[in-house]
Every structure is written in C-alpha cells, then in structure tokens.
Design a binder for this molecule. Structure first.
Ligand code: SF4
Length: 455
C-alpha cells in the first residue's frame, strides 16, 4: 500500500501561531498528508515563525539552517516557512536560506494546498506574502478528530491597529480584521457538538473586536461583549476564555461580563508593559499607570476572584532607573498572579528602533533578573492564598511520576497538580483541595466525587 506523505510543523511564538499551525495541519490532512513527530521522516516541514521577539526569530533561522542537511539527504523534501518572519523577510528569506521552497505570510496559509500543487509541477521556490485590508478569514470548521478533545482556540480576529512602538505585529499581520460573528458562533457550536467544553477566543487585541467595521454596514452591530454573550449561550461550553486584551479597550461592559457570564473564567491577561507613564507614552500605549490601576480596581470589585497576569518589557530605549522603579512599584500595587517579562530588542520596522538612549545588555539583564525574582515571590505568595480552598479543575493529563498523579487547570488558569483516583479522563472536571502553592503551580488532592464545584 502506498504510504501517505508526512508533514512536520514546528511552531514558534504565540497562540495565534499555534492556531495557524492547526489550520495548516488540517489543510494538509485534506491533501492526504499525515502528521509525524519525527522531523527526519517528513516529506514536508513547515516552520511557523514568530518575529515578536529577537530570540524566537533567531531560533527559527537556526532551525532553518540545520534543515540544509536533511534537504541534501532527501531532495524531495519541501521546506515551507510561514508566520511573521516569512511575511517580514519574503524574498530575502530565499537569499538567506536557499534550501527553502515556500515562504507563506500569515494571510496566505489557506493557499498551502495550491502552493504544494505548484511544487509538484515546478520546483521553483515561491513566495506568497502580502497583507490586504479586504482579507476575510475564510469560513473554516476545525477538524475535531485531531488535536485536543476538550479545549480549543477559536480565532476571532487578525492583525492589530495599535502600533506600539516596539512591536512588529501591525507590519507582519496587518490591520485589525474581525471575523464574521455568525461564523465564530457556528465554529464554537461545532466544537461543542463534538464534545469540546472549553474555548479560548483568540486575537491580538480581542477587546476591539468589531471596531474595524466602522463605516461599513456592520458598524455597531457587534462588540466583543456581544460576542462573548453569544458564545456563552452555546450549549456544552463549560469554560470560556479570551486572549489578548489591550488595557485601553477594556470597557466597563466587558468587565461586567466577568460577573454576568457564568462560564467566563476569572482570569484576565492584561499586558501593562511598564509602570512609567513616560515610557508608556513612548511605547504609544494610550493609557497611564493610573488609568490602568483604576481598571484593575474596578475589575476586582466586579469579580473579586479574578486572577490577573501581565506582560512587561525591561530596557525599553531611554528607560532610567526611576522608570524601572516605577515598574517594580507597579508589581507591588497590582500583585499579579503571574507576569511574563522580556528584555526589549529592536524589531524593525517598529518605530522604537530609531529611539535614542538604548539600554545596555548588562543593565537589561540586571533589571530583568530583579523583576523576575520579585514577581516570583509575589506569585508564590498569591498561589499560597489558594491553600485550603477547593477548586474545580479540568483534568489535562497524568503527572510524570505515576498514574495517580494528575495535572489540570483551574478556572483562574493555574496549573494544578494533584493526587486523584485512577482512570480520570482529559477534560473531566474534578474538585481539588489545594495544599500547596509554588512558583509555577498549585498542588492538592482530589475530593472523592468527580463533579467540580468551586468554593
Ligand atoms: S497591541 Fe501593541 S503589542 Fe499588542 S500586537 Fe498590537 S502593536 Fe503589538
């Protein structure tokens, strides 16, 4: 029997890329490819790249360089590069890595089957990039037989209009384009009918969903809170999440959803980036520290058990000790449940590459270490607040040690490792009483009954 061709996808970066990789995997399966976890066995390797941080871009290029040997051994191997680096470097990618066959921008991933057809007849490398304001995310129902059987991402928009001065996303993924409202709800209904119980609505800036319809016949028809309410009505969805949000677009109506929608999980990732108003202005973030803190206070009034996480940048051009201290002070004020912190790096063509007063690597390393250390202490303190509480945990899999150690997630998005009965299934809800809070997770013991109930 003729063996089907095999594909391997390596994904760098964010959840948007993870979802794009799933879509490419599904398109490939429709073309009779099957997935392999062994890169050396693949007939097609897709490297789905991210250019938001220098490190992720370097890793992607380093992998692409190493693929040269595989291509020499297997001349029929097709190497495709997708994602933001593909969009950004386009034709230059072929000069830098001549053994690449296909370069595919984020708006062009749906062209993958036709590009592969093209490779059958002609071995010339092809670049398919470009961004169109008229692009519409195609109607596309996910294949529920593959991937997680209990939780999924659902893309609701692409691109970003914010032009934060350190960020390449508006250049690599284009302007904001909201997906059709009914198609999103249909996709969630399709997932729920197939047994999926948790969905995360996905976009660079989900809380401005629908705003790009201004001036069209769709203007004013649907906002992000409207979408959340519609999705929450889909029968079978037990947990609803969304990511990522821009603080300036976090409206009172959206905050109230955390009290009004039972299935909306009490977790908000709200990237602040800096605690210095001077830097927030230079970053083009359109809020002040005070306005951000007001929103945090309001949200905690509306939903006291909400867990708040954030992103922070250290060493933005011109960051003084005083600016950095303002960020450290913000950690104390907000007491985030967790924070993802990064060193600033130039990301052309983002505007900050031209900013003066670049911070030295030494200073950046020192500030990053201090910030991470303090945040880790706060995270542990925060996690210890859960000790003695019973949380409803969605089982994700068994732990490393034996079959009676399990791992799952609380509605607050905490990883919970727990001792429980054998035979639990991924996606099952179980009550766990927390005994310990560590820097990366909570630890506890499952209550005997299998039905989750939060206290
Ligand atoms: S909001 Fe700012 S940081 Fe986020 S994707 Fe848009 S430009 Fe980048």
């Amino acid at each position: 029997m003729k063996q089907s061709k095999r594909y391997y996808i390596e994904t760098f970066g964010c959840q948007m890329n993870e979802r794009d990789s799933e879509i490419m995997g599904q398109l490939l399966k429709e073309e009779a490819y099957s997935a392999t976890d062994v890169m050396e066995q693949a007939d097609l390797i897709v490297v789905n790249t991210c250019s938001v941080r220098e490190k992720a871009e370097q890793k992607a290029y380093s992998l692409l360089g190493r693929l040269k040997k595989l291509k020499e051994k297997n001349t029929g191997l097709i190497i495709a590069v997708a994602g933001c680096v593909a969009q950004q470097d386009g034709q230059r990618m072929l000069q830098r890595i001549p053994h690449v066959d296909l370069v595919i921008g984020p708006q062009k991933i749906y062209d993958l089957p036709s590009l592969l057809q093209g490779q059958k007849s002609c071995k010339t490398p092809e670049v398919r990039t470009g961004l169109s304001p008229l692009f519409a995310i195609p109607p596309f129902l996910p294949d529920v037989k593959n991937g997680s059987h209990f939780k999924r991402f659902v893309t609701i928009m692409q691109g970003c209009n914010n032009f934060c001065t350190y960020c390449v996303v508006p250049y690599t993924r284009g302007r904001e384009i909201s997906r059709n409202f009914d198609e999103i709800v249909n996709e969630v209904a399709h997932l729920a009918a197939s047994g999926i119980t948790e969905v995360t609505l996905l976009g660079q800036n989900v809380n401005s969903y629908g705003q790009d319809n201004a001036g069209t016949e769709l203007a004013g028809l649907a906002t992000f809170p409207d979408l959340l309410r519609a999705v929450a009505k889909v029968e079978g969805i037990q947990r609803l999440r969304f990511t990522t949000s821009h603080p300036k677009d976090l409206s009172e109506t959206l905050m109230r959803c955390f009290a009004e929608i039972d299935t909306l999980c009490p977790h908000l990732h709200l990237p602040v980036q800096s605690g210095s108003n001077r830097l927030l202005k230079l970053m083009n973030r359109h809020y002040t520290k005070e306005a951000y803190l007001d929103k945090i206070t309001r949200l905690r009034t509306i939903r006291p058990d909400v867990a708040i996480t954030t992103d922070l940048i250290v060493g933005f051009p011109g960051e003084t000790d005083e600016d950095f201290q303002a960020t450290m002070a913000l950690l104390e004020e907000v007491r985030y449940h967790n924070a993802f912190s990064f060193k600033y790096s130039d990301r052309p063509p983002a505007r900050a590459i031209a900013f003066a007063d670049k911070v030295t690597e030494e200073v950046k390393n020192d500030r990053l270490a201090r910030l991470k250390e303090r945040q880790e202490e706060i995270t542990v303190e925060r996690n210890r607040e859960y000790v003695g509480r019973t949380l409803s945990v969605m089982v994700e899999g068994c732990g490393r040690t034996n079959g009676e150690q399990w791992s799952g997630r609380a509605s607050t998005n905490h990883i919970v490792n727990f001792a429980g009965p054998s035979g639990l299934l991924p996606g099952q809800m179980i009550s766990v009483t927390i005994a310990e809070g560590g820097p990366h997770s909570l630890r506890g013991v499952a209550d005997v009954c299998n039905k989750g109930r939060e206290q």
